[in-house]
Design a protein around this ligand. Sequence first.
Ligand code: C5P
Ligand code: MG
Length: 250
Amino acid sequence: MPAIIDKIADALHLTKHSHNDSAPDAESPSTSAPQPAFDHNKVTVLFVLGGPGAGKGTQCANLVKDFDFCHLSAGDLLRAEQNREGSEYGEMIRRYIREGQIVPMEVTVKLLENAMRAALSENRPGEGWAAGKGRFLVDGFPRKMDQALKFDEDVCKSSLVLFFTTTEEEMLKRLLERAKTSGREDDNEESIRKRFRVYKEQTMPVIEHYSKQGKVATIDATASIEEVHEKAKAVVAQLFSGDVSRNVTA
Ligand code: C5P
Ligand code: MG
């Protein structure tokens, strides 16, 4: 991962979007309209959303084992960049995360694109590569409409949104439990309340946007980890069998 992160600062200086025509999965550059960096017929991207503490990371870890996804957590990539020695964005990222605010999307989208490119260049079966296609779970993203539009247009059109829902009370309980060991600066009640507010105001419109496209699988995440996992697994299996063409609820 550090090698990937090292390439990012340079990439972020690009003023104009530049597609990597030499990437094996880049679409043909011959058309005049800009194309996403990755062809969604060759690379399957699932967004994983839900409030803070809904269990996104936990469920992603399970789905990785079931379906050989490469799991990319936007929050983890941002924290890695924040802690990378010499990062010019480290302090800015830290400030946004502590306040529960959404980091300017250029940073997050570029971190994800670079991580995807690195994973695909390795082509290792079982690590984000199955049945001749790339498979990504993009966790905690897109948290805001600008991220969603930018990613779909510049990086790769997503296939489905796994949307884990539960009550704020349950999420608060889980996050305060996690706080005992997570070491995360934003796992305190004040930051958590701010994250809930940002989630409602900025992330819910993203869910509505993809709902209109029939791309949302809503999964009740209140039950046990195992029960939620079974539901999520069934939805993803349906997707890979070519069976999800509208919003579903599990
Ligand atoms: O997903 P996670 O809870 O790890 O995210 C932690 C923080 O990282 C968010 O509260 C936000 O400040 C930042 N973030 C972001 N954009 C994303 C994902 C995370 O700004 N897509
Ligand atoms: Mg997480």
